[in-house]
Design a protein around this ligand. Structure first.
Ligand SMILES: *Cc1c(COP(=O)(O)O)cnc(C)c1O
Length: 400
């Protein structure tokens, strides 16, 4: 088997138009979002307008990171220290981290075999925790039945904040992820769907919520210079009672993002071509289980997940090692000792330990692979052959 030589963390180059726009910002010297020339909108304001339009949202705030956008959303939604906040038991560390940053307690909800929040467990934890907010993590780009979720939350009076770090551009029944609740939180960190190194976007249709978020982000009371902000009078009531917690985006990053946003839908099609090819090959390998995708879900396949429900920890580790030896980098979420980023709730020892038997059983056999756009369709074929090969070797070893 020829090893694969591609790099799983190599994103595409920043487009030339974005490099040119960044050069222009640097030559002008006005990098701070409020350092404008007369009445012209800053590049950050233009990005906010463009992203609000893309998302079909009334308001948008650009900020320092996806994690920061989530912590602003929690605070602007009125979450106070000591409150319980519901979230998925399987997510990335910045999600419980955002909840901890406002002094609140994450209440973890089990996930289903299809890697989405378990609505039955959610229903029972809404009752047992008394939480008023769900920070839903669309982890690894999987959407739950959003209609059923919204109905459940509406019936229980629970506010929805969506973590769309992996679902920027994804849809449920044609409606964009991030537009189902009070706010959508997005990341423009290098490994997400737009790349400015670091960055975050927060969208909402709620004027008072967005006014609070803007002041929190460090507006220095210059909120009238925002690109997609509520009217001035909304700020009058909240401006002095809302602290300034600087986490603004700068014009350089916004300049890099604007041309990428114009190419987002085209890139989504490229991701999905790679994802669908990998998924069709992986589905043919005996012993491999892919999560089901509901027909109402339009996903963005920037990473792929599959399960080997039969794999004991030793076999799972051997499988990861065999793939690594052939150049294929897989993340196994069941490892007791997290390698790299943490997505297993047992790793977050700053939160109250929680029993999530169903999630634990799933994570024990769950594998994940990034799909950077630098990979060709031929690369995806090659990767699928390597995974099939390492699995066939394993069952042969088992038989021997
Ligand atoms: C990356 C990520 C975020 C936010 O990330 P930042 O690095 O703070 O921009 C949030 N949720 C999930 C699930 C993520 O993977």
């Amino acid at each position: 088997m020829t090893p694969f030589r591609g790099n799983f963390t190599q994103q595409e180059a920043i487009p030339e138009a974005a490099i040119a726009a960044a050069g222009e910002v640097m030559r002008g010297g006005r990098l701070h979002r409020y350092n404008t020339d007369g009445d012209e909108p800053s590049v950050v304001s233009r990005l906010e307008r463009a992203y609000a339009d893309y998302q079909g949202a009334s308001y948008c705030l650009a900020c320092a990171s996806g994690g920061y956008a989530m912590s602003l959303a929690l605070r602007a939604a009125g979450v106070a220290p000591g409150d319980n906040v519901l979230t998925n038991g399987f997510t990335l560390a910045p999600v419980p981290g955002a909840i901890a940053s406002v002094g609140a307690n994450p209440v973890l909800v089990d996930i289903t075999d299809d890697l989405v929040i378990d609505l039955d467990d959610l229903r029972s934890k809404i009752t047992s925790s008394g939480a008023r907010v769900l920070l839903l993590s669309n982890m690894r780009g999987h959407l739950c039945d959003m209609d059923a979720l919204v109905a459940l939350l509406d019936a229980s009076g629970v506010l929805l904040l969506e973590d769309c770090a992996h679902t920027m551009g994804a849809r449920w029944n044609g409606r964009l992820s991030g537009s189902f609740g009070l706010a959508g939180c997005f990341s423009t960190q290098t490994y997400k769907h737009l790349n400015s190194g670091e960055g975050g976007l927060l969208t909402s249709d709620n004027a008072e919520f967005m006014a609070r978020a803007i002041v929190l982000s460090g507006s220095y009371m210059l909120y009238e210079r925002h690109g997609a902000a509520p009217p001035r009078e909304i700020f009058d009531t909240i401006r002095l009672e809302t602290p300034n917690m600087s986490g603004r985006m700068d014009n350089l990053r916004a300049a890099i993002l604007l041309p990428q946003l114009a190419a987002l839908d085209e890139n989504i099609a490229r991701w999905n071509a790679r994802y669908d090819l990998l998924a069709s090959h992986l589905a043919d390998i005996p012993g491999v289980v892919l999560p089901n995708r509901h027909r109402s879900e339009f996903y963005v396949g920037s990473s792929i997940q599959f399960r080997l429900p039969w794999a004991e920890p030793g076999a799972a580790r051997a499988f990861v090692d065999a793939n690594k030896a052939l150049g294929v980098e897989l993340k196994w979420f069941g490892d007791d000792n997290p390698v790299g980023y943490t997505s297993n709730h047992h790793s977050w020892t700053y939160i109250e330990p929680q029993q999530l038997a169903k999630t634990d059983r799933l994570l024990a056999g769950l594998f994940d692979m990034r799909i950077p756009l630098t990979f060709t369709l031929g690369d995806c074929e090659h990767i699928a052959r390597i995974i099939a090969h390492t699995l066939s070797q394993m069952s042969m070893d088992g038989a021997a």
